[in-house]
Design a protein around this ligand. Structure first.
Ligand code: FAD
Length: 407
């Protein structure tokens, strides 16, 4: 490529880590990043934690100061939506009818919150949470509200429930499964989170769904559940998962199946197009299957791999899925991949009631995922253990006298 032009669609974490890497690898062609939000790239985890609770400042969530993009010759277009990819002409089109040519294109369009198809979601007081603007709106609402209903017991729902309890609101969480986080963690470990929230005064309702949001003069007053229960509420959060933003890729004729399908180099079937972050459904060399991961660490590690692959380097993304959360006094980190059906047992070691423990998800004698709660020196040995694929019996896993590093 004589004059390579690299274009990144989506100014989120995967996008920004990609452009950082393009420059740190010495790429001196043109780099353009186009983001639909009115902001430069920022971190989303604080939006349901420190930023929402007022312990982290607005400035601290941004990936870089504004100057950084100019200093690194990154042409950043904020508030600009890409509406189409013309693969033949190697051009992306924006909502303002601008056409930007590319030699290499990275799709880092992330995901959007899934909607709830029930009446009343348009009422003032019904929120969703994905963006900085949405978090600011929710933060302001938390200051005045008294009663929050959270629809959906996933990570974001639980984190916001914790933030709202800390802010002194009455909180009810509505989960349609047996237990919040049941799908992510399995019933035993998920119960730890349900108990934690109940201990902090959250009403956790399971096997229930929201039937409709009820309002007066366009303002939320209550939430009605499928069994007819009416919960008074002046604030509600719909947090029922996220959907990858694949529409651009799909319209451009790229293969899409729960995310943009890419190989382990994060390259799509069109060799000029790559995908990273929440939107990428990538071949994973260690797991031996495709995975799409909606977590911070994945966006952070895939951005750089995609960037290096765009520069022609022979790199693959093989980091294991990694996730963290903070809720009240509980901090945890999880590494590995253990969806329902991919493990047989969960082995626990440590003080579960005291919230200082480690959990292992095992298939045969192999640990396919591991998580620690408030055991901060465990991250490295647990990652190594999962990655090694080594066989370790349940007795040793459960025995706190055996150091994690020796497993
Ligand atoms: C509230 C919240 C809390 C979270 N907390 C945690 C946590 O504790 N731990 C954890 O591991 N993960 C957490 N996550 C998940 C993590 O933040 C995401 O996995 C990560 O942000 C994904 O980065 P991304 O770059 O793939 O996508 P995103 O961050 O979604 O960025 C994609 C960007 O692309 C833009 N875009 C989309 N389409 C277009 C288009 N056509 N044209 C231009 N721009 C476009 C979007 O507007 C968006 O700004 C959290 C997420 C949220 C929302």
């Amino acid at each position: 490529m004589a004059h390579p032009r690299l274009v990144v669609v989506g100014a989120g974490l995967a996008g920004v880590t990609a452009v950082e890497t393009l420059r740190s690898e010495g790429f001196d062609g043109s780099v353009t990043m186009v983001g639909a939000e009115p902001h430069a790239p920022y971190e989303r985890p604080p939006l349901s934690k420190g930023f929402l609770m007022g312990t982290e400042s607005r400035e601290s969530v941004f990936s870089h100061p504004d100057d950084w993009y100019r200093e690194h010759a990154v042409e950043l277009h904020t508030g600009v939506r890409v509406t189409a990819i013309d693969r033949n002409a190697q051009v992306v089109e924006t909502a303002g009818s601008e056409r930007i040519g590319y030699d290499g294109l990275l799709l880092a369009t992330g995901s959007r919150p899934r909607g709830l198809d029930v009446p009343g979601t348009e009422l003032v007081g019904v929120h969703q949470l994905r963006t900085l603007d949405a978090s600011e709106g929710l933060k302001t609402a938390l200051e005045d509200a008294e009663r929050l209903v959270v629809a959906g017991g996933g990570w974001i729902g639980l984190e916001v429930a914790a933030a709202a309890r800390i802010a002194g609101l009455d909180v009810v969480l509505v989960e349609r499964g047996d237990v919040p986080l049941g799908g992510a963690l399995g019933p035993r470990v998920a119960q730890v989170f349900a108990d934690l929230h109940r201990d902090h005064g959250v009403g956790v309702l399971t096997h229930r769904e929201v039937r409709r949001f009820l309002g007066h003069h366009g303002i939320l007053e209550a939430v009605e559940l499928d069994d007819g229960t009416r919960l008074d509420a002046d604030l509600a959060l719909v947090a029922v998962g996220a959907v990858p933003r694949t529409e651009l890729a799909e319209a451009a004729g790229l293969a899409v199946d729960d995310g943009v399908l890419v190989d382990a180099h994060l390259r799509a079937a069109d060799p000029r197009i790559f995908a990273a972050g929440d939107v990428a459904n990538a071949d994973h060399p260690v797991l031996g299957r495709r995975v799409r991961v909606e977590h911070w660490a994945n966006a952070r590690s895939q951005g750089p791999v995609a960037a290096r692959a765009m520069l022609g380097q022979d790199v693959v993304h093989e980091d294991l899925p990694f996730f963290f959360t903070d809720q009240y006094e509980l901090g945890m980190e999880y590494v590995g991949y253990a969806p329902p059906g991919a493990y047989e047992r969960v082995v626990l070691r440590g003080d579960v009631a005291g919230l200082t423990f480690v959990a292992f998800w095992t298939s045969g004698d192999r640990v396919v995922a591991a998580m620690h709660v408030n055991t901060w020196d465990a991250t490295e040995p647990l990652t190594e253990l999962v990655r090694s694929g080594r066989n370790v019996g349940a007795d040793r896993l459960a025995d706190a006298a055996v150091p994690l590093a020796q497993l």
